[in-house]
Every structure is written in C-alpha cells, then in structure tokens.
Design a protein around this ligand. Structure first.
Ligand code: SF4
Length: 281
C-alpha cells in the first residue's frame, strides 16, 4: 500500500487557518503536511498571516509555486484576463501545482468548508485522493471559526479590518484571500485595493491590455477616476442601508446581485465553486 499523506492547503484565509488549529486539537495523532499554493500575486497581508499561523502552531508551511508566473500565462493567453467564467488562473496557478504535489501516495486532502456552507470542495477523479471536510463532520460554523482564531490569539487576516470613509459614512474591507486582482472582488474592494495597496492596483491595471478589463466594460484607469469612486461608494452606501433594512446577511450573494445590477452575474458560481476552496478558504 502506498504511503498515506494528510494534506492541509492553507489559503491565507480564515477558514483554512482555523482548520489547522481544529485539526491540531481534534486529530492530534495525524501528521499533516501544510502547503500554500503561492501564485506570486498575493497581498502582503496574506504572507503576514501565514507567518503568524506558523508561529502560533509551531509548524512549517511549504510554499508551492506554479510552473509559470501569472505574467507568462497572460502572454500565453494573448492578454485574455481570467474571469469567473474563464478561470484559467486557478487551473494553472493552483490546481496544476496541487496535482503535481500529490503525485505520490494516498492523499487525504483536508478542506475548510464549514457546516454552514453548501459546497463540495475539490473532487479529483482519483481513487487514492480523498477530500475530507472536518468542519462539516464536526458541525463547525462561521462563529466557531472566529472563536477558534480568537482563542488562539491570531484573529482574522488584516485585510478584514474595516476602513472608515468619513465623507460617505461607510466602512468596507476586503473579504477574501487570493490574488490581489481577483475578479471575484466587489467594486468596493477594488477601491480598497486602490487606497490600501496602490502599487498592486496599478500593477493589475497594467495587465489590462488588448481591450480586456478586470471589471466589466471599464478599465482600472477609468475606474480610479474620482467620479467613479464616488459612484461606487454611493451605491455601496445604499446597498448597506438596504441590507440593514431588509436584514440581509453578508455573503447572501443572490440578494446582493438582485440589488446591484452591475455585479457580474457569474459571481453566484462563487458560492458553490469547488475551485474556490483553493483560493479563498
Ligand atoms: S484568487 Fe482569484 S485570480 Fe487568483 S487564482 Fe484564485 S480565482 Fe484566480
């Protein structure tokens, strides 16, 4: 029988971080391999959080790099940017690296999908590759994840910290790990990127060539104009008020899209997407 390997991919997000603590506490006899699939296009907050996690758990996370950089892949795709319906980025930057990494042995792949979510995780067509969802097995929900992270003194990744805009009286933050240019971001998160990490924002803008844009029908250069920033902040403010009034919880994507017509309709795939477990858990 081939060697059994227990693998936990850490994404830099809250769920996989909490899962690492949960596994330490509930499956102490298992020896885990901790891996991070590094696209090379991550936020500094992500690396910072991974280091924090290593210190808190006393573990070493192995960084796995893709064979080709995002920039090289983009050239190969003739500047055709990835999008929710054409996710070549996850395939090349993460999935191929994972498949390569798990070539040897019988694999138990631990995924941080929670009991209060409705998605399946990655299911490769290989008999010796099993996806395990301990949070689902153990009934762990979002509140438990936050509790686990607080109890272990690490809290949420820094990109969750709210930014307050006095002029519009709104607060906002980034809501996911993964590449700084991830097209799953809401428009207010692109503003967050512009304000918090202008260097990364303008780097993302440079990738827009040949008429391809990250945001539908608008280049990042155009988006950054004060008139557009004000429009998005206004619309976000209205949306937050609407959510409050109708008691819509964060993350109920369908209601969000019904209200914000400009959001890409493909975004609803995000909630159930198996590949997202690699980028944003
Ligand atoms: S984080 Fe977003 S842009 Fe990066 S690989 Fe995942 S889906 Fe693609």
């Amino acid at each position: 029988m081939s060697e059994i390997r227990h693998i936990l991919s850490i994404s830099g997000g809250k769920d996989s971080a909490a899962l690492a603590f949960h596994l330490r506490d509930t499956r102490p006899d298992i020896e885990f391999e901790y891996v991070f699939f590094d696209t090379g296009e991550e936020l500094p907050e992500t690396y910072e959080y991974l280091e924090k996690l290593e210190r808190a758990l006393g573990i070493k996370i192995e960084y796995i790099h893709p064979k080709k950089s995002f920039e090289k892949l983009l050239q190969q795709y003739n500047n055709f940017l990835p999008s929710p319906s054409e996710r070549w980025c996850t395939r090349h930057l993460k999935l191929e690296a994972l498949i390569d990494y798990v070539k040897e042995g019988t694999i138990y792949n631990y995924v941080g999908i929670r009991a209060d979510e409705n998605r399946t995780g990655l299911i490769p067509h290989r008999e010796d590759f099993k996806t395990i969802m301990p949070f689902v097995e153990d009934g762990i929900t979002l509140n438990d994840v936050k509790r686990i992270l607080n109890e272990n003194g690490i809290g949420l990744p820094k990109y969750y910290e709210k930014v307050y805009d006095k002029e519009f009286d709104i607060t906002y933050n980034r809501t996911r790990s993964g590449c700084y240019f991830c097209f799953f971001m809401r428009q207010i998160e692109w503003i967050w990127l512009l304000e918090k990490h202008p260097e990364e924002y303008w780097k993302a803008a440079k990738f827009e060539q040949g008429g391809y844009t990250w945001i539908r029908d608008m280049s990042l250069e155009e988006f950054a104009k004060p008139v557009n920033i004000a429009r998005v902040k206004e619309s976000y403010k209205k949306y937050e008020e609407y959510k409050k009034k109708h008691k819509i919880k964060n993350g109920t994507m369908m209601e969000e899209m019904a209200f914000l017509a400009q959001h890409d309709q493909d975004l609803d795939n995000f909630e159930n997407d198996q590949f997202c477990s690699m980028c944003a858990l």
